[in-house]
Design a protein around this ligand. Sequence first.
Ligand code: PGA
Length: 265
Amino acid sequence: MATKLVVGNWKMNGTIPSSAALLEAFLKDIDLAAKTAVDVVVCPAFLSIARIRELIRFAPVKLGAQDVFWAESGAFTGKVSASMLSDAGVEFCIVGHSETRGRFGKLETPASTLGFFAETDETVNLKLKALLYQSITPILCVGETAAEREAGQTEAIIERQVSNALVGIDPAELYTFVIAYEPVWAIGTGNTCSADEAQRICHLIRGHIESCCGTDVAEMVRVLYGGSVKASNAKELFAQADIDGGLVGGASLDPYEFAQIVLAA
Ligand code: PGA
């Protein structure tokens, strides 16, 4: 069985000092859990990465980023490449989050601005390749919107997102891969997917990996659930056979709550 993994996605929150304070408070709360066999990753905003790297040097926490651009370098104003992330000590990177795909759980963004987010299956694939080239572990996010679920398209959407993301990637590169099932309607809304349903979709994802990449890879890939994970529901979710941990947004900004989620794992 794969080691459980809990990832905190801090999104666009925190100054450099407040991110450092959050990490330090979490490390204090998690003291005992440092002895447990759970992998913990935090994904701060880009500007806080260097400071968080210093603070986790001797802590059982790994560093993640929230996004990447696929080109190595060049005239791409405002972008950050996988080699820059690697240079900064980043070991994990979220790709294809519903927010970077322009799909929001509770839409507060004017429709006319959605193109700004506009991540596609193709850009997700390019980003995965760029990360793997730098030996950074991708955390690929997939998930359906409420409308897609109501239209009975959940399974088709998930399979499309997973298979398009993996086009042209050698299965041998996927042993350390992480896939997070994040139903868009559950992100930041407080509406958690039931543990049974999360298990059903995570099982579907693992089955899909098995058919395209073989049993060994399917057993090694870590499939996470994300979407309103809290201390109160983490235990039941993480107890499911195909759920290897969680991708946690809002609750990772509360050090005590995040520590409880890690303990649940
Ligand atoms: P949430 O976010 O835990 O706030 O729902 C999860 C995510 O977006 O990864």
